[in-house]
Design a protein around this ligand. Structure first.
Ligand SMILES: C[S@@+](CC[C@H](N)C(=O)[O-])C[C@H]1O[C@@H](n2cnc3c(N)ncnc32)[C@H](O)[C@@H]1O
Length: 364
């Protein structure tokens, strides 16, 4: 999964613009401005509640086309936040998407400095400094707002199944002719099984997907929040440890066998939010307060998405109104993205008393 998605020369994300009607999938920020506006309002509210610390950085993982952060910055500017004291740090592996993000966010293109850990720098149209990094560990440690929207679902997993011999890892092999990949169940224990067995479910389900990179990144975010302060908001499709076999491909908005023509389709899993929670709660010396997961419908309605929609409809043409309403439905309806998408938030433990009195909006 890692090679197929992020191989430096042939990875699916590395060279492709994978979004929208001509791509393979579409995400909430691309569906409607309402999503980023509500997220922006939530962030400003939570940031103000803890005393509006400045300067601060927004660190977004896998920003896609940059639409979420661009719309959030528009909200921040409208609410008169000090844009010159906000630093944007984007963690992105794809040079192609980095180019698109820079064009959308800055309206200009800067020369990449490939030898540097901050491989591109510019200023956004909203007046904030912006820098691009390949991995979290390269980003300076500071008070940060962490955003991960449809990022964790792209991180590679190990798959396991429980049979009569106990837990076994599912591996990828060739068929006899050697021209087709296939899944096989390992006959004996594997290193990954030994390392990650403590994360496997005690009784059910009988299959599991464990993402080591998700565990490491979630712990790193928690550690940074503990040491420097900050807030994290993770949004993705996922479950609470109840599903074990969700690995799949998407091509042209259709399900696609992940073992056929690797590199031509997006590969993804439903995020196991219980695994992320377990990973950060085990770090006893750096533990953070974890809220959620809550559904996207609940998050957006707690922030007043209906009222915002009505407001926008007052000044919109018939065509724009139609798009706004269909976007709103897609984001919030139960059988669309309203229930399948969930949000998880981290706050520093020192805020426990404060957040008991003033809990994060929508999360209680
Ligand atoms: C499914 S897209 C989501 C894009 C965007 N957040 C959105 O919701 O529209 C995943 C994004 O994560 C990036 N990505 C995938 N694996 C990554 C990794 N290991 N490190 C950094 N970025 C990664 C991709 O290039 C892409 O920008």
């Amino acid at each position: 999964m890692k090679e197929v998605l992020t191989n430096p020369t042939d990875g699916y994300y590395i060279n492709n613009n994978v979004f929208g009607k001509n791509g393979d999938f579409i995400t909430s920020p691309e569906i409607s401005q309402l999503f980023a506006e509500m997220t922006g309002v939530w962030l400003v509210n939570e940031w103000q509640k803890i005393g509006s610390p400045k300067p601060f950085q927004i660190l977004e993982f896998g920003p896609g086309r940059g639409t979420l952060i661009d719309d959030i910055l528009r909200v921040f500017k409208k609410l008169k936040l000090p844009m010159d004291q906000i630093n944007i740090k984007l963690v992105e592996v794809s040079p192609k998407l980095c180019e698109i993000q820079e064009k959308n966010l800055c309206g200009s293109s800067s020369a990449p400095v490939l030898a540097s850990i901050c491989y591109k720098q510019n200023t956004t149209r909203h007046g904030s400094q912006i820098g691009w990094y390949r991995q979290l560990k390269d980003v300076p440690k500071k008070f940060s707002i962490f955003l991960a929207h449809e990022f964790f679902d792209a991180l590679p997993v190990h798959k396991f199944v429980k049979n009569e011999k106990g837990w076994r890892e599912i591996l990828v092999d060739f068929d006899r002719e050697g021209d087709q990949f296939r899944f096989v169940v390992s006959r004996s224990s594997t290193p990954a099984l030994k390392i990650y067995s403590k994360f496997l479910p005690a009784s059910s389900p009988k299959e599991a997907e464990i993402s080591p990179q998700s565990i490491l990144i979630a712990r790193d975010i928690a550690r940074r929040i503990h040491e420097e302060g900050g807030i994290a908001l993770i949004t993705d499709y996922g479950h609470d440890g109840t599903k074990g076999d969700t690995f799949r491909g998407f091509r042209n908005h259709q399900l696609h066998d992940p073992l056929v023509d690797p590199g031509t389709a997006d590969l993804t899993v439903d995020v196991d939010f219980s695994l992320i929670k377990k990973a950060v709660s085990e770090e006893t010396d750096t533990s953070v307060l974890v809220y959620g997961p809550i559904t996207q419908a609940r998050f957006l309605s707690g922030l007043g998405i209906e009222q915002r929609l009505q407001r926008l409809l007052q000044n919109s043409s018939a065509e724009v109104s139609k798009d706004l309403i269909s976007g709103y439905r897609m984001l919030t309806e139960r059988d669309q993205m309203g229930e399948r998408f969930k949000l998880l938030a981290f706050f520093p433990k020192v805020l426990q008393d404060h957040l008991t009195k003033f809990p994060p909006v929508s999360f209680t």
